[in-house]
Design a protein around this ligand. Structure first.
Ligand code: NAP
Length: 294
């Protein structure tokens, strides 16, 4: 791992993402000291047992003390409470970043709490699984994945330090505006999760016999939806509540496109279906070509 000029990195929240950052840093021979904190004692014990990071702290203040980089890896609805607890214990000049799936809400919630001598650079790794908790973490999670960052007012030197650290985890960083981030992610991530939650929810509402057979004869389409719909309920509740505007906008467009398909099926307009399915197949090919398919 290249020298990032960061001596200590503090991670708050030892779930899939927080644990994976620590494991990736260790795996790639980072020389930073990695301290972690989670509010749940059982999680802290598990992380200790799994040998995640260099130090598991019993409180968030001790965790962030002297840290050059603080990474908030908690659900987006918890960011403000965490920031309120740590704000008076931050090192002068520290970079504060997060891994939250929504960006405008995080900047709105924690931006005003950042001390004058610290620098907020919000972030979002486009990497994850449907699993949560420290046991779910693995060191290659970010390899070849985008990690979007919102530099805001942070000095270039701090932005470069963060980018270097994230690149050393294997991620590809890209700078983005928070509003644009939320609109793009509403379509590429949040809406697909909403659709999966809906389809699996519909299946659970079917009468018992039908429901049993849906599960028994579950074909790959439904199976894929159940995987997505198994994602952490707290994390996703917070995402929908905190990116409501962009999600509702995309949902409106989605409903219009669904009505178009409904009509094409009703009137047996096979050409319309064929044209759409051909276009969507091309999108799949371009995702594979970009190496972002798994
Ligand atoms: P996770 O596995 O559920 O872990 C989150 C951890 O944070 C849990 O151990 C939770 O403890 C802890 N936590 C919650 N509130 C806290 C607080 N106030 N103080 C300290 N710890 C607290 O979640 P994750 O998947 O790692 O996600 C973390 C963040 O990354 C979220 O903002 C999410 O939107 C984002 N993200 C997730 C993915 C993904 O695929 N999972 C991908 C990209 C970004 P409790 O169990 O006690 O609540």
């Amino acid at each position: 791992m290249t020298d990032t000029a960061l001596s200590k990195v503090a991670i708050i929240g030892i779930g899939l993402i927080g644990a994976s950052v620590a494991l990736a840093a260790r795996h790639r021979k980072s020389d930073c000291h990695i301290a972690l904190y989670d509010r749940d004692e059982a999680v802290r014990k598990t992380a200790q047992g799994l040998n995640i990071g260099d130090e598991i702290c019993a409180d968030s203040a001790a965790c962030v003390a002297d840290a050059d980089l603080v990474i908030l890896a908690v659900p987006v609805g918890a960011m403000k409470a965490v920031m309120s607890k740590i704000k008076s214990h931050l090192k002068q000049g520290a970079i504060i970043t997060d891994t939250g799936s929504t960006k405008r809400s995080v900047i709105r919630d924690i931006g005003p709490l950042i001390p004058d001598n610290c620098h907020l650079i919000a972030g979002h790794p486009l990497a994850g699984t449907e699993f949560s908790g420290p046991e779910a973490g693995f060191p290659s999670l970010f390899e070849g994945r985008y990690w979007l960052i919102i530099p805001g007012e942070a000095p270039q030197e701090k932005v470069s330090q963060l980018e270097q650290f994230l690149s050393a985890l294997g991620a590809m960083t890209e700078q983005m505006d928070a509003e644009y981030h939320d609109r793009v992610l509403a379509l590429t991530s949040h809406l697909p999760h909403l659709i999966a939650y809906t389809i699996v929810g519909t299946a659970t509402d079917l009468e018992q016999d039908l429901k049993n057979d849906v599960i028994r004869f579950s074909a790959s389409g439904f199976r894929d939806f159940t995987r997505i719909a198994a994602s952490d309920p707290v994390m996703w509740r917070d995402v929908f509540i905190n990116n409501d505007e962009a999600i509702l906008e995309m949902l409106q467009r989605f409903n219009e496109d669904l009505s178009y398909l409904q009509r094409a099926i009703r009137w047996k307009e096979g050409d319309k279906l064929f044209e759409l399915f051909s276009r969507t197949r091309d999108i799949r090919r371009s995702i594979i070509d970009a190496g972002q398919d798994s």
